[in-house]
Design a protein around this ligand. Structure first.
Ligand code: SF4
Length: 353
C-alpha cells in the first residue's frame, strides 16, 4: 500500500481534482463526444494537432499502435521551426509508412501569411502592419525617461500560426469529404475534436475546451486526462529510440539558458543552426529600430532575450564570429524578403489581417 505522502502526491496529480477541470475549463474527450452527440453532431471526427515535438509524437505513436483514433493528423508549419523539427516531422511521416498507417498526415500554415512568423515579423518591420503576435520581453520608458522592466506580450502566435491553421485544414478536409466547398457550412451532424498535446504539468496552458472560432470544434487534452507528464512522454520516446527534440521556433523568446534539461535554448540554436541565430539577432535589433520610429502602436521596447538586452550583446563572441561568417547570406535573405513583402503587402495599408 502507498505511504500517505506518496498517496497525497498521486492524488495531486489527478486531473479530476484539478481546479481547471472542476471549474469546467476543460472536459474529457468522452464528455466532449457526449456533448456533441447531444447537439445532434453524431459524426465526430478526431484530429491530432501534431507539433513535431515530444508530446504530440507520443500521441501519434499511440495512434500508430491503435491505442487512440484519429481521422486526420495535421502539422502547422510556423515558418520558424528549426530544420531539425522539420526533420523530425519527416521522420514521423516515414514511420507512418513503415507501420502501414493510412491516416491522412497533412502539413498546413497560416492562411494569409504562408511563410509564417518570419513573414509576420518582416511585414511588421517593413510595412505599417500593426499586429504583433509574439511573446517578446518588454521594457517601458516612464515620464522621467527612466527605463523599467515590463512584462511580456501575449503569446498569440501559438493560436494564430499553430492552432487555427490546423482547425482550418481539418474543416476543409471534412467539407471536401462531404462534397462541399471551403466556404460552405459544415454539415449540422458533424463535430470535430482536436487533440492538443499538453501534459499534466502544462495544465496551466489550458484555457478552454471550446474553439472560439468554430462552435462544432472542441479541444481535448488526452495526456492531461492520462495524468502524463512531459518527462514521461520523453522517456516513452527515448525508450523506443524515437526522436526527442522539443518543438519550438528558432527565435522563440521562451528559449532559455542551457541549464534546462529539456527543450531548446539559445546555445542549442547557435550550435545546431548558426544562421537561424544570426537571423534571430537581426529580428531582435530591427524590432527595436522600428519601435523607435514611433510608427507602431506598441509602446514597449521589445527584446527576444529574457535579460532584456540585445541578443547580439548577450552572445557577443558568438555573434561577432557568426555575423561575419553569414554576412553575405544574411543580406541576400534580407533582400529576398524585401522583394517578397513589397510585392505581396506593399506598404501594408488597410491590410491588418
Ligand atoms: S514556439 Fe514560441 S514563437 Fe513559436 S509559435 Fe510557439 S510561442 Fe510562438
Amino acid at each position: 500500500m502507498a505511504a500517505p505522502r506518496q498517496l497525497a502526491l498521486f492524488q495531486m496529480q489527478d486531473y479530476r481534482q484539478h481546479k481547471k477541470y472542476l471549474d469546467g475549463v476543460f472536459k474529457t474527450k468522452a464528455e466532449l463526444i457526449h456533448d456533441l452527440h447531444a447537439e445532434g453532431r453524431t459524426k465526430v471526427y478526431q484530429v491530432l494537432s501534431f507539433g513535431g515535438g515530444t508530446q504530440s509524437s507520443h500521441l501519434l505513436e499511440m495512434h500508430f499502435r491503435g491505442e487512440i483514433h484519429y481521422d486526420y493528423i495535421i502539422f502547422s508549419d510556423t515558418g520558424a521551426e528549426p530544420e531539425f523539427i522539420h526533420e523530425q516531422v519527416w521522420w514521423w511521416q516515414h514511420r507512418q509508412l513503415q507501420v502501414g498507417n493510412k491516416t491522412p498526415f497533412l502539413i498546413t500554415h497560416h492562411n494569409s501569411m504562408e511563410r509564417g512568423l518570419e513573414e509576420m515579423l518582416m511585414r511588421y518591420i517593413m510595412t505599417d502592419y500593426q499586429r504583433f503576435q509574439m511573446p517578446v520581453y518588454c521594457n517601458s520608458v516612464n515620464e522621467d525617461g527612466e527605463i523599467k522592466a515590463g512584462g511580456m506580450l501575449p503569446r498569440q502566435c501559438t493560436v494564430d500560426f499553430k492552432i487555427v491553421p490546423v482547425k482550418q485544414m481539418a474543416r476543409q478536409m471534412i467539407l471536401k469529404e462531404h462534397g462541399l466547398g471551403p466556404k460552405q457550412m459544415i454539415p449540422s451532424n458533424v463535430g470535430i475534436i482536436m487533440d492538443i498535446g499538453f501534459s499534466y504539468d502544462e495544465i496551466r496552458r489550458i484555457n478552454t475546451y471550446q474553439s472560439p472560432q468554430y462552435d462544432y470544434i472542441k479541444l481535448a487534452y488526452p495526456l492531461v486526462e492520462a495524468n502524463e507528464t512531459t518527462e514521461a512522454s520523453i522517456q516513452f520516446l527515448e525508450h523506443n529510440g524515437f526522436p526527442t527534440r522539443r518543438s519550438r521556433c528558432y527565435l522563440c523568446p521562451f528559449n532559455c539558458a542551457a541549464d534546462r534539461d529539456i527543450g531548446m535554448d539559445w546555445e542549442e540554436i547557435i550550435e545546431s543552426e548558426p544562421f537561424s541565430f544570426v537571423k534571430a539577432c537581426w529580428f531582435d535589433a530591427k524590432l527595436r529600430e522600428v519601435q523607435a520610429t514611433g510608427s507602431k502602436i506598441m509602446r514597449s521596447i521589445p527584446y527576444l532575450h529574457y535579460s532584456r538586452r540585445p541578443l547580439s550583446e548577450v552572445f557577443a563572441k558568438e555573434y561577432m564570429i557568426l555575423n561575419d561568417a553569414y554576412k553575405g547570406t544574411l543580406s541576400q535573405w534580407e533582400e529576398e524578403w524585401k522583394n517578397y513583402i513589397h510585392a505581396k503587402w506593399g506598404e501594408g495599408k488597410d491590410e491588418q489581417s
